[in-house]
Design a protein. Structure first.
Lengths: 371, 291
C-alpha cells in the first residue's frame, strides 16, 4: 500500500511539473494543431513551414515584448479525434491561451466548442465552412467563409454557360457545407443539378463515381474536393476517356494537384479567395519563403498561415496580459485595418474576414488566373 | 452497359482484394491468427519500388519490381522470425495485439523514411482501351492477369507439389503434421513468402493504378479481412471468392448507394457474416483447413 501511495504521488508530481506555465523559460508559447500525418498531411507540412517562417520573422523583429515566440505544434493525424486530443493537451497540460486551429472544417468544428467552453482563443487559417461563424466569441479565422465561395462557384458555372451540372463533393463538413451553398445559389440562378453525390475522402478508386458522372451525360461537373482526391479523379477520368469541364473549389488549387494529375488537370477551372500576387506584402512573403526554403514551392494556404501568425504576434504585443480575454481584445483591435499578405484581415462580429473570389485554371501544367 | 462497366470495375478491384485475402487466410490457416500487419506488407511492397528506383541504385520501374517483392518477402519472414515465432505458444489475442503493434511500427517506419505525403510512380498518363461504352486500362488488365497467374500458381502448388500438400496438412492439424515428420519450418517460410509476395504484388499494382500513401495497406486490409471472414478463415478458395464478391458488391452498390459510402459494403459484409454464419460461407463444420 505504501509503495502504491508513493508511486502515485511521484506520478502526480511528475504531471504537475510538466504543466509549467507557458511563460516560464522566457518564451511566449502559442499552440498549433497541424495535420502532420494522415489524410490531409499533404497540406500540413506546408502550413507548418509557413508558420515557422512567420515565427522566425517575428523573433527577428524582437519577439513578443522582448521574449521569443514559440509555436508548439501538435499533430492531429488529420482526424477530428486527433484534433480533440491535441487541443485538450494544449489547454490542460500546457495551459496555452491562444491556439492555431486545425485544417479541415470538420476538425476545426470538432475543437471550436472546446476552445469556446474553456475560453481559449482559437484561430483558423484555412477553415471555410460557413457554420464556423457561429462557433463563438473566442473563435476567429483569417480565411473567408464558404458562403461567399458557394456563390462564386455558382456564378462561374452559370457564367460559363452551363445550365446543367453534376455536383460531387468530398464527404465531410467542408464539402457538404460548400455543396449546400453552391446548390442553393446555382438553382436560384436557374441552373439544374442533374445528379449529386458525395465521395469519400482519401480513396484510391473513384471510377464508380466517374461512371455515374458519365451516365448523367452532362458537359460540366462541379467537383468540390481536396488535392489528392481531385488528382485521382482527374487521372481516372482521363483513363476512362471521360471528357467534361471540371469546375472546382479553392481546396484543389495547388501545384501539388497539378503535379499528381499531370496532363489530366489541363483545363480545370476553379474559384478561390483572391490573393493578389502584385502587392508588396506578397512579394516580401515570397522572397522570404524562397530564402528560407530554397527549391520548395509556395504551399497552398501558406499565406493565410503566415498572416495568422503575424497578426497573432501583433495582438500578443498589444495585449495587456497573457490570458485569453486580454489576447482576444487585442486580436480584435490589431486586426482592424491590418493588411496582410492575403489582404484585409479585419475581423467582423463573428470573427470572420471578407474576401473577393477570383478564378483559376490550369494551363500548360501551371495554375494561372482564369480570364 | 452502365452495370456491365461497374461489374468489370468490381472484378478488377476484387482480384486485388482476392490476392490480399488469400495471403491473409494462408497465414491464418497455418498459424491460426489474423495478421493485422498484412496491410503493411502491401504498403512496403508498393514503396519498395520507389526505394529501389531512388539513388544509389537508380533502377527503372520495371527492374525495381522484383527487388521490391523480395523486400516484402524478407520483411514478412523477418516479422515472423522476430515477433511471431517467439509468441507461437501464446494465445490468439496476444498474437493479434502483437500484429496490431507491428502494423503501427511498420507504418511509422515507412512514414519516417518516405514522409506522410502522397506519392506516385513516375508512370505516364495513358488512355485506356474501350469497346463502345466500356473501358478498361492497361494496369487494370494487369491486375486481373496477375491475380490469375498468382492464384493459378498457388493452386498448382497446393495440389501438385509435396510442399503444397504439406501446407494443407499443417493447416489442418499442426501437431499431427509435426508428428508425421512434415517440414513445419519450410511450410512456415512458404506461407510467409507467398503471403508477402501476393501482398506486395497487389500493392504495386494498386500503386500503379492510383497512388501511394502510408495508409493504403490499412484500408485494403479491412476489405481483405471481410473477404477472409466471408469465405471462412483459413479457406483459400473462400478468400478468393470473398475478395471478388466484395469488389463486385462495392462497385455495384454505387448504383444504389451514394458512392461516398462505398466502404460501407465491406463493413456490412463483416457484420452480416459474423451475425449469420461466423464460420464463413465455405467453411465445413469444425475445420479451419486450407482447402
Amino acid at each position: 500500500m505504501k509503495r502504491f501511495a508513493t508511486s502515485v504521488c511521484a506520478a502526480l508530481l511528475a504531471v504537475a511539473l510538466c504543466a509549467v506555465p507557458a511563460l516560464a523559460g522566457g518564451e511566449v508559447l502559442v499552440g498549433a494543431i497541424t495535420p502532420l500525418s494522415g489524410k490531409i498531411s499533404v497540406y500540413g507540412e506546408g502550413f507548418m513551414r509557413a508558420m515557422q517562417l512567420a515565427q522566425d520573422e517575428v523573433n527577428a523583429a524582437g519577439g513578443i515584448k522582448g521574449k521569443p515566440m514559440k509555436i508548439l505544434f501538435e499533430d492531429n493525424g488529420s482526424t477530428a479525434q486527433g484534433s480533440v486530443s491535441a487541443i485538450q493537451k494544449l489547454i490542460t497540460v500546457h495551459k496555452l491561451p491562444v491556439i492555431f486551429g486545425p485544417a479541415a472544417s470538420s476538425n476545426f468544428l470538432a475543437v471550436c466548442p472546446i476552445a469556446q467552453r474553456n475560453k481559449v482563443v482559437l484561430i483558423g487559417a484555412e477553415s471555410a465552412a460557413a457554420s464556423i461563424s457561429k462557433c463563438g466569441s473566442y473563435v476567429f479565422r483569417v480565411f473567408p467563409s464558404d458562403l461567399l465561395q458557394g456563390k462564386g462557384v455558382a456564378q462561374l458555372a452559370k457564367g460559363l454557360g452551363y445550365d446543367q451540372v453534376v455536383l460531387t463533393y468530398v464527404n465531410n463538413d467542408w464539402g457538404v457545407g460548400l455543396a449546400e451553398v453552391f446548390s442553393k445559389d446555382y438553382q436560384a440562378a436557374g441552373g439544374k443539378i442533374v445528379d449529386q453525390f458525395p465521395h469519400a475522402a482519401g480513396a484510391s478508386d473513384y471510377r464508380s463515381e466517374l461512371l455515374r458522372i458519365k451516365k448523367a451525360g452532362v458537359k460540366a461537373v462541379v467537383n468540390l474536393t481536396y488535392i489528392k482526391e481531385a488528382a485521382t479523379m482527374l487521372k481516372q477520368a482521363y483513363q476512362m476517356g471521360l471528357k467534361v469541364q471540371w469546375l472546382m473549389g479553392s481546396a484543389s488549387k495547388s501545384p501539388k494537384m497539378v503535379q499528381l494529375a499531370g496532363k489530366a488537370a489541363e483545363g480545370v477551372i476553379g474559384t478561390y479567395p483572391v490573393v493578389s500576387q502584385d502587392t508588396p506584402q506578397y512579394r516580401v512573403y515570397k522572397a522570404a519563403w524562397q530564402k528560407k526554403y530554397p527549391g520548395k514551392k509556395l504551399p497552398i494556404f501558406g499565406e493565410y498561415n503566415y498572416d495568422m501568425v503575424k497578426l497573432t504576434a501583433k495582438a500578443l504585443n498589444l495585449a495587456t496580459a497573457y490570458n485569453a480575454d486580454a489576447i482576444r481584445q487585442a486580436l480584435i483591435k490589431a486586426s482592424q485595418g491590418y493588411i496582410g499578405v492575403t489582404g484585409d484581415k479585419s475581423f467582423d462580429a463573428n470573427g470572420d474576414v471578407k474576401a473577393t473570389y477570383g478564378r483559376w485554371t490550369v494551363k500548360n501544367g501551371k495554375i494561372v488566373d482564369y480570364k | 452497359m452502365y452495370y456491365l462497366q461497374l461489374l468489370i470495375n468490381g472484378l478488377v478491384a476484387g482480384s486485388v482484394y482476392a490476392l490480399f485475402a488469400v495471403g491473409l487466410t494462408l497465414v491464418y490457416g497455418v498459424f491460426r491468427f489474423i495478421n493485422f500487419a498484412h496491410g503493411e506488407l502491401i504498403t512496403w511492397g508498393a514503396y519498395g519500388v520507389l526505394l529501389f528506383m531512388a539513388p544509389p541504385l537508380g533502377l527503372s520501374l520495371g527492374w525495381a519490381l522484383v527487388p521490391a517483392c523480395l523486400l516484402a518477402v524478407a520483411l514478412g519472414l523477418a516479422c515472423d522470425r522476430l515477433v511471431y515465432q517467439p509468441l507461437r505458444q501464446s494465445d490468439r489475442v496476444t498474437l493479434l495485439i502483437a500484429s496490431i503493434g507491428l502494423s503501427f511500427f511498420l507504418r511509422s517506419a515507412l512514414q519516417f523514411i518516405f514522409g506522410a505525403d502522397l506519392t506516385s510512380y513516375p508512370l505516364g498518363l495513358a488512355r485506356g482501351f474501350s469497346w463502345g461504352e466500356l473501358s478498361i486500362t492497361g494496369v487494370q488488365l494487369a491486375m486481373v492477369a496477375c491475380a490469375v497467374i498468382f492464384l493459378g500458381g498457388l493452386f498448382l502448388l497446393l495440389t501438385r507439389t509435396r510442399l503444397g500438400k504439406a501446407l494443407r496438412a499443417v493447416s489442418d492439424n499442426p501437431e499431427l503434421a509435426g508428428i508425421m515428420g512434415l517440414p513445419l519450418k519450410q511450410v512456415g517460410w512458404t506461407v510467409w513468402g507467398l503471403a508477402s509476395l501476393f501482398a506486395a504484388a497487389g500493392g504495386i499494382l494498386l500503386g500503379m493504378d492510383t497512388s501511394l500513401d502510408p495508409f493504403m495497406g490499412l484500408a485494403n486490409l479491412i476489405k481483405a479481412f471481410a473477404a477472409v471472414l466471408l469465405g471462412g478463415a483459413g479457406n483459400v478458395w473462400g478468400a478468393l471468392l470473398g475478395g471478388l464478391f466484395i469488389g463486385v458488391a462495392e462497385n455495384l452498390s454505387v448504383a444504389v448507394l451514394s458512392p461516398g459510402y462505398k466502404d460501407f459494403v465491406a463493413f456490412a459484409v463483416i457484420v452480416v457474416i459474423l451475425l449469420l454464419r461466423p464460420q464463413g460461407i465455405f467453411a465445413l463444420a469444425g475445420s479451419g483447413g486450407v482447402r
